[in-house]
Design a protein around this ligand. Structure first.
Ligand SMILES: Nc1ncnc2c1ncn2[C@@H]1O[C@H](COP(=O)(O)OP(=O)(O)O)[C@@H](O)[C@H]1O
Ligand SMILES: [Mg+2]
Length: 320
C-alpha cells in the first residue's frame, strides 16, 4: 500500500517528473484541474514533480525531465502529437503511445477499428456539407447524435430530435472538426469502464439530469448522478468489463484510460468511445472507479506513473 506521506519508496525511482497540463485544446480548463490534482498527489507522495503547461513553455524544455505524466485532454495531448514529441526525445510518459492515442481521439477511426474487431458500437454515418441529410435521418432514425470526430467534453455535439435539424447540427459540429459523424441514439443508460493496467475497474453508471451527458452536466452542474456499483448484475458487469478491456486493446491502448458504453432499452450494450487521457480531478470517473476498487487517488496516480518504469524500454524501441 502507498501511504499518504513522503516516504513512498517509488517516489525516488521516478526521478524528475513533469505533469503536462493545460495546453491549447477546447479542454484546457479541465486539463488544468486534472493536472493540478495529479501534481498535488505526486507531491504528497514525495515525488519530484513539476507542472508543465505547453501553452506557456517551449516543449524543448521537457528534456530536463525523466518522465512525464500526461494530464492534457483533447488535441495535442490526447491525439498522439505530444506522444510523438516525447518518443522523439526518448522520455517515457503515461498512457497510450502515438498510434493508439491518434485513433482513440478520432471517434470515426475508433468505430472502424471496433467494427473490425467485433466490438459492437452504435450505427453511424459520416456527414459532410453535400450529404443527403434526409436520407441520414431516415437511415439512423430520430433522435440521432451529431458530433465532431475529434473533440471531447461533448463540445459541438447535438441530439437531433426533429426532421430538418440535422444540417444545422452538422454545421455546429464542423466548427470543431471537419470530420463529422451522425450516430444512432442508444437511450437506455450510460456507463463507463475505467482501465488501469490490464485490469477493468468497477463500472460507473452516469445519470445526467440534462437531455444527455453534455458539457454542462459534465462540468457545470452538480446534479449528475454517478452510481458505483452500477446496478448491472455481477455476471453482466464482469462480461462487459472483459469486453471493455478487449475494446481498449483493439485500439492498441496502454497504461490506463476509460471505455464508455451505452445500453439500449432492450438491455444490449454498445461501446461509444474511449478516452486515452481521461479526467483526473478528484471527482472524475476513473478516480471514482478506482476508489470503489480500494485504490485511493494518490495510489492511482502512483500506479499510472509506475507503468512508465515498465514500458520505458518498450517505448524507446518504438521510436522511428
Ligand atoms: N449514440 C448516442 N446515443 C445516446 N447518447 C449519445 C450518443 N452519442 C453521444 N451521446 C451522448 O453525448 C455524450 C457525449 O458524446 P461522446 O461521443 O461521448 O463525446 P465526447 O468525446 O464529447 O464525450 C455522451 O456521453 C452521451 O451522453
Ligand atoms: Mg464521452
Amino acid at each position: 500500500m502507498l501511504n499518504d506521506h513522503k516516504n513512498n519508496p517509488l517516489a525516488k525511482s521516478f526521478g524528475k517528473v513533469a505533469v503536462l497540463l493545460g495546453g491549447e485544446s477546447g479542454e484546457r480548463e479541465i486539463s488544468i484541474q486534472s493536472g493540478e490534482a495529479v501534481l498535488a498527489a505526486l507531491l504528497r507522495q514525495g515525488v519530484d514533480a513539476h507542472r508543465f503547461d505547453p501553452k506557456d513553455q517551449e516543449m524543448e524544455a521537457i528534456t530536463g525531465f525523466d518522465r512525464v505524466f500526461i494530464a492534457l485532454h483533447g488535441r495535442f495531448g490526447e491525439d498522439g502529437t505530444v506522444q510523438r514529441t516525447l518518443d522523439g526525445m526518448r522520455i517515457p510518459y503515461t498512457g497510450s503511445g502515438v498510434t493508439a492515442s491518434a485513433i482513440g481521439m478520432d471517434k470515426w477511426q475508433t468505430k472502424l477499428k471496433w467494427a473490425e474487431a467485433g466490438v459492437v458500437t452504435p450505427a453511424f454515418e459520416l456527414v459532410n456539407a453535400e450529404s443527403d441529410f434526409d436520407a441520414i435521418e431516415k437511415n439512423l432514425g430520430l433522435p440521432l447524435f451529431v458530433k465532431p470526430a475529434n473533440e471531447g467534453s461533448s463540445i459541438g455535439i447535438t441530439k437531433v430530435k426533429k426532421t430538418g435539424e440535422l444540417e444545422k447540427a452538422y454545421q455546429l459540429a464542423a466548427q470543431a472538426d471537419p470530420l463529422v459523424i451522425a450516430e444512432q441514439n442508444i437511450g437506455g443508460g450510460e456507463y463507463t469502464v475505467g482501465i488501469l493496467g490490464k485490469r477493468a475497474l468497477p463500472i460507473v453508471k452516469i445519470v445526467p439530469k440534462t437531455e444527455f451527458y453534455d458539457y454542462e452536466a459534465k462540468y457545470e452542474r452538480d446534479d449528475t448522478e454517478y452510481l458505483c456499483p452500477c446496478g448491472l448484475s455481477e455476471a453482466l458487469e464482469a462480461k462487459i468489463q472483459k469486453e471493455a478491456l478487449a475494446a481498449f486493446n483493439a485500439i492498441g491502448c496502454q497504461g490506463w484510460g476509460r471505455v464508455d458504453f451505452l445500453m439500449d432499452e432492450a438491455g444490449h450494450h454498445y461501446f461509444l468511445e474511449l478516452n486515452t487521457s481521461p479526467g483526473m480531478t478528484d471527482h472524475s470517473l476513473v478516480p471514482m472507479a478506482a476508489k470503489a476498487a480500494g485504490i485511493n487517488f494518490d495510489e492511482l496516480v502512483m500506479q499510472i506513473l509506475a507503468m512508465t518504469l515498465e514500458t520505458q524500454s518498450e517505448e524507446i524501441q518504438h521510436v522511428g
